[in-house]
Design a protein around this ligand. Structure first.
Ligand code: FAD
Ligand code: SIN
Length: 521
């Protein structure tokens, strides 16, 4: 087996991974491994923008309060404070590295999204904010000679001994390579692909959380999956996101009878929290026996729509939908995972030498429900913090050298001939039984189905599709177990058989492999 040694490994090249790599490059050589081309990530597709308290009418204290309110009682307050306080400085830094945000005259322009009490969403080229962040960060990385980038290199597993992490096994052209390092930062993003309907790109298969779980790291809050209310519903099109900024600018929801309905569900109407809007849409879809509702932005006017939402406009036009004139068919879609690898506010996981940042991590900053546009900011703030801590708390060089001699590959590759079929079944079951509304019966049925695939968890694979499937099965099981355990409804987790937000359950469901499932304050 090939063995390579570097100072630091970062797994993933979205906003969190790139920001961590830039920080770590101050202290040694960094290798960024990524599963696909460097830009393929949720970050690249982020539309609405990045929330930050920088406008004249805003204050970090108000951003803090809005974040806590969205989190529905389960945010870790220290983590939220770090996010809102450090966010403004990191945005200024990003601008100094060349990131461009839209302006009104000479001042930054701020948009509004659901559950924000101020206009605080910076956006770029209207609705291409993530692409601009990715561009600016990759340009910065290119100027740093000691950052090496390794695309098409899916991480297989972590190299762990006695609770210390020494890097990762990575598949390079289907061959496993042991990449040893003093510290490893997981920044593998989210898990949306475990659901049939998702806004997430193909790379979002929950690899990081599953890999960390297998290595013995603590995972938390896995039952909290955020469903975005509005993804495009067209038989010929993928579930492209219709940004919440469309509703922030006055977009209206109508059922298939073209009646507005949000007034029946929330005084905040179209700008109610995402879980409320998603459930309202589901209810209207059921009542009208339809697979979708409509988003109506026709009243905004053609010029404004084309200027403010050029990417949404041109994408829909490709499917012969002119959003300046037509109602847009939409349905909810799996969008963001609040849970993940439990870390402190420095990105430290429960394993020495392993750090996590961005969507794969659970700092507790989002609690039970993420405030819109807080995750790009989280990637910057906690990516930087994880990078700094990964240097500070790294394993020594001599320990890595010794580990290099000991490390060996203990697994042989297998194959799963029917992996596409299993993948489809898994995604459907997650959508139907562990989706926007769950109950004990649906969750138990899902677990029974997943049990038939347990044998896959015991095997090793070196191809991306098979590695992904193994990770998807692992995470689907854990999300379902967490959802079954939590007998209340809070934030994005809605149990039809336990609709109350019972106080006893205002704790965090926590998993450690082979040891325990427990509740933590
Ligand atoms: P990502 O950006 O997803 O990057 C993950 C990286 O890890 C990728 O490079 C991937 O290839 C790599 N990877 C995954 N598995 C492996 C593996 N096994 N081995 C090696 N590499 C691996 N948030 C906002 O704040 N504002 C928005 O406007 C917004 N809009 C969104 C729109 C869409 C369509 C989507 C899907 C999400 C949106 N979000 C938004 C959420 C936000 O984009 C993500 O939460 C955030 O970008 C996650 O950043 P990340 O760095 O953690 O992960
Ligand atoms: C959107 O643009 O609606 C997505 C914003 C987010 O997920 O934070």
């Amino acid at each position: 087996m090939i063995k390579e040694t570097t100072d630091f490994i970062v797994i993933g090249s979205g906003v969190a991974g790139l920001r961590a790599a830039i920080e770590l490059s101050r202290y040694g050589d960094v290798t960024v491994v990524t599963k696909d081309i460097p830009t393929e990530s949720s970050t690249e597709y982020a539309q609405g923008g990045i929330a930050v308290a920088l406008s004249d009418e805003d204050e970090v204290g108000i951003h803090y309060e809005d974040t806590l309110r969205a989190g529905d009682g389960l945010c870790r307050e220290q983590a939220v404070r770090v996010l809102v306080e450090e966010g403004p400085e990191l945005i200024r830094e990003l601008i100094s590295w060349g990131a461009e945000f839209d302006k009104e005259g000479s001042k930054l322009a701020f948009g509004l999204e659901a559950a924000h009490s101020r206009k605080r969403i910076l956006h770029s080229k209207g609705d291409s904010t993530g692409k601009e962040l990715e561009r600016a960060l990759i340009s910065k990385v290119r100027t740093i000679p000691n950052i090496k980038r390794l695309p098409f290199a899916p991480a297989i597993d972590l190299i762990v001994e006695n609770g210390n992490c020494f890097g990762a096994f990575v598949a390079l052209e289907r061959n496993p390579v042991a990449m040893l390092a003093r510290a490893t930062v997981l920044a593998t993003g989210g898990t949306g692909q475990i659901y049939t309907i998702t806004t997430n790109p193909q790379v979002a298969t929950g690899d990081g959380a599953s890999i960390a779980y297998r290595a013995g790291a603590v995972l938390q809050d896995l039952e909290f999956v955020q469903f975005h209310p509005t993804s495009l519903f067209l038989p010929s099109a993928p579930h492209f996101l219709l940004t919440e900024a469309l509703r922030g600018e006055g977009g209206l929801l109508r059922n298939v009878k073209e009646e507005r309905f949000m007034g029946k569900y929330s005084p905040d109407m179209e700008l109610a929290p995402r879980d409320v809007v998603s459930r309202a849409i589901l209810s209207e879809m059921q009542q009208t026996k339809s697979g979708h509702v409509y988003l109506d932005i026709r009243h905004m006017g053609e010029d404004f729509i084309r200027r403010r939402f050029p990417r949404v406009y041109s994408t829909c036009l490709r499917y012969e939908l002119d959003i300046t004139k037509d109602l847009i068919p939409v349905c909810p879609a799996a969008h963001y995972h609040m849970g993940g690898v439990k870390t402190d506010v420095n990105g430290r996981s429960s394993l020495h030498g392993l750090f996590a940042a961005g969507e794969v991590a659970c700092t507790g900053v989002h609690g039970a429900n993420r405030l819109a546009s807080n995750s790009l900011l989280e990637g910057l703030v906690y990516g930087k913090r994880a990078g700094a801590a990964a240097f500070k708390y790294s394993v020594s060089k001599s320990e890595v050298k010794a580990m290099e001699k000991r490390v060996e590959l203990k697994f042989l590759p297998h194959s799963i001939p029917d992996h596409d079929e299993i993948r489809g079944d898994l995604r459907r079951t997650m959508w139907q039984k562990v989706g926007i509304i769950r109950d004990e019966r649906s969750l138990k049925e899902a677990l029974e189905e997943f049990a038939g695939w347990r044998y896959i968890l015991e095997k090793s694979f070196f191809t991306r599709r098979e590695l992904e499937l193994k990770n998807m099965i692992q995470l689907a099981m854990l999300i379902t177990e967490a959802a079954l355990l939590r007998q209340n409804s809070v934030g994005a987790h809605y149990r039809e058989d336990h609709p109350q937000k019972t106080g006893d359950w205002m704790k965090h469901v926590t998993f450690v492999r082979g040891k325990a499932v427990y509740l933590e304050d």
